[in-house]
Design a protein around this ligand. Sequence first.
Ligand code: MN
Length: 202
Amino acid sequence: MAFALSPLPYPDTALAPAISAETLSFHHGKHHQAYVDKMNAAIDGTPHADASLEAIIAASRGSNQGLFNNAAQSWNHAFYWHSMAPATTAPSADLAAKIDAAFGSVDALKQQLKDRGLGHFASGWVWLAEKDGKLSIEETHDADTLADSGFNPLLVLDVWEHAYYLDHQNKRPAYLDAVVETKLNWAFASENLARGKVWTYA
Ligand code: MN
């Protein structure tokens, strides 16, 4: 069964000025759609056709790079849309306590997310993740994902140029600052932490 493009959980104007409707029209409507379409073409008529997206990612890792890239990018982008909100939300008490333990404060975590996003060479993803009850910032390159990694991903930032070039051109720090300070969905991160297992694409 073919996968549908995961819809944006807000109107396409909701993230401006950090991320404009024009960026979302390309990033969600063209880039994300293309990853889903290419994945659907690759699994059609194969044993993957009835599998979950998470199972396809795990099965194709290391053995079918083309399918893995499109499946992982389909998952990563859906998770990224949920990692942001029209107005930033607040962490749960449990998440706030784990942030304090790992980073000292929410503000310190925000600074580290921005620093890691800026320092990430070329295309990839910067994650807040949980493993064995402890939080950490993780980076994956290109399409690589934490969906099948042993980590429970809580939030992600897309640091591919297509995420910010129309709005901020080459200024990745401006994109990271706007998203981290005004759009992060800490309520989503809190739900992921409370669930205690990896979010699933639907
Ligand atoms: Mn992207």
